[in-house]
Design a protein around this ligand. Structure first.
Ligand code: AMP
Ligand code: ZN
Length: 464
């Protein structure tokens, strides 16, 4: 297969360290709040990646961390620990917050048919691993103690910035606006491996270490968990593009200095989900969660379908209108699939021909939009229904859209008819005849059509 590698900035042939088992690591959530659907776009892309590898015949061992300590609000060494922020907000102990939001995240992944990685490990359960790595980094001179903390010395590396496309000046923490200068650092881009005597005295979770009571930095957690469960040679490491710097840059620095050899071959990053103002985040705009989408009547799998229709390397713009359109297409697609009746007509050659194309698309840097188009082509084609059904079931191992799981009723009204009812209702509303507008809504509901009013327009979905 081919995949875009951030490290080389090219689409490369995927050649793992060991064909027998692919080692894959994906950065997990910081469990101080619900995940928003932007975070979940990244987890959908990683899920598709793992399932693609499996579909192409690879055996995959995948690990993911749960960040429950050490991730500061700046992603660097300034700001407050996000977990502490969550604990203060809800007036609960940090570990209760972590447990609650880990479970909420697991439910979100379930709603989106995202496979839970076989290894999921909370950062707080691997402290001895970080201590082991930091001890060696201190012994070998890559790390130093200063002002109570242990720092990684980036000047010891010639290629610290190799993962990023930026010039050093742009990346140096301290040169960027709003980031505090830390006088305890030898170089402003040095980063904390272990916090001890820091300004975060209210930190709830602390552990004994050779350097005093303290807690790990966020970056060392992913290096530690990855090496503990997946060994010294990692094939794939994923995350969102905002993880490239500083998080993944620092992971490479500390892991390769610790190991003394190259570590991860392929760094693969998913682009953002944006809203009208830019990157979707928890601190601005409407906080869009899966439960909110459910409350508004959307099927979470319609959101998965929306994500699959664009490349993971392109930003995706969210609007309710776009989601409604995706949901309509998704429902229509499933209606078409429901209409396919087994006919005893299976042809191996047809199956192989289509499946070959499917593998080419998914293996081409995870080209899901082309794979979805191929699905539509398959439905239009005149090959036997049994062949179609077998292909749909196989491909859904990657798409995970429940394409044949639930029967979707065939429409007893045409799209034109429904649209004309929606227009009549809009007119009634405009003329303030709300009784009539409600009557139309009820009439359509009886026919199995549920209307949804968004700020921009009215859309519909089939409910029975
Ligand atoms: P966090 O829980 O903050 O550590 O983030 C979890 C994952 O979501 C990380 O891999 C981020 O790169 C990713 N992420 C954050 N915001 C977005 C967004 N707007 N679109 C896509 N991925 C995102
Ligand atoms: Zn990470």
């Amino acid at each position: 297969m081919k995949i875009y590698n951030t490290l080389t900035r090219t689409v490369e042939d995927f050649i793992p360290y060991d064909e027998k088992e692919i080692k894959m690591y994906t950065c997990g959530p910081t469990v101080y709040n619900y995940a928003h659907i932007g975070n979940l776009r990244t987890y959908i892309f990683e899920d598709i990646f793992e399932k693609t590898l499996r579909y192409l015949g690879y055996n995959v061992k995948r690990a993911m961390n749960i960040t429950d300590v050490g991730h500061l609000t700046s992603d660097s060494d300034s700001g407050e620990d996000k977990m502490l922020k969550g604990a203060k907000r809800e007036n609960k102990p940090v570990l209760d917050i972590a447990k609650f939001y880990t479970e909420a995240f697991r439910k979100d992944t379930e709603s989106l048919n995202i496979k839970w990685p076989e290894i999921v490990s909370p950062a707080t359960e691997n402290i001895e691993e970080y201590i082991k790595i930091i001890t060696k980094l201190l012994e070998t001179g890559y790390a130093y103690q200063s002002g109570g903390n242990v720092y990684f010395d980036i000047s010891k590396l010639e290629d610290y910035y190799k993962l990023t496309n930026h010039k050093i000046d742009e990346m140096v923490v301290g040169a960027r606006e709003g980031v505090e200068v830390d006088n305890d650092k030898r170089n402003q881009a040095d980063f904390v491996l272990w916090f001890t005597k820091s300004k975060f005295d209210s930190q709830e979770l602390k552990w004994n270490s050779p350097w005093g009571v303290g807690y790990p930095g966020w970056h060392i957690e992913c290096s530690g968990i990855s090496m503990k469960y997946l060994g010294e040679y990692l094939d794939i490491h994923c995350g969102g593009v905002d993880n490239i710097f500083p998080h993944h840059t620092n992971e490479i620095a500390q892991s390769e200095s610790y190991l003394g050899h190259p570590w991860c071959k392929y760094w693969v990053h998913g682009e953002y989900l944006n809203d009208q103002t830019g990157k979707m985040s928890k601190s601005k705009g409407e906080f869009l969660t899966i439960s909110l989408l459910k409350e508004k009547g959307y099927n979470p799998l319609a959101y998965r379908f929306m994500c699959l229709n664009s490349s993971y390397r392109k930003t995706l713009l969210f609007s309710y209108n776009a989601l409604s359109n995706a949901e309509n297409s998704y429902n229509k697609l499933r209606q078409k699939i429901t209409a396919i009746q087994p006919d005893g007509n299976f042809k191996k050659e047809d199956y192989q021909k289509y499946d070959e194309q499917f593998k080419n698309f998914i293996g081409d840097d995870l080209n899901m939009p082309n794979a979805i188009t191929l699905l539509y082509d398959l439905l239009k084609s005149d090959i036997g229904n049994d062949t179609k059904i077998k292909l749909i079931d196989a491909w859904d191992q990657v798409f995970s859209l429940d394409l044949r799981k639930e029967k979707v009723p065939l429409p007893n009204m045409t799209e034109e008819e429904i649209k004309s009812w929606i227009e009549k209702r809009a007119l009634a509303k405009k003329e303030k005849d709300f009784a009539r507008a409600d009557e139309i809504r009820t009439y359509l509901e009886e026919k199995g059509i549920r209307l949804k009013d968004t700020r921009e327009s009215t859309t519909y979905e089939w409910i029975k």
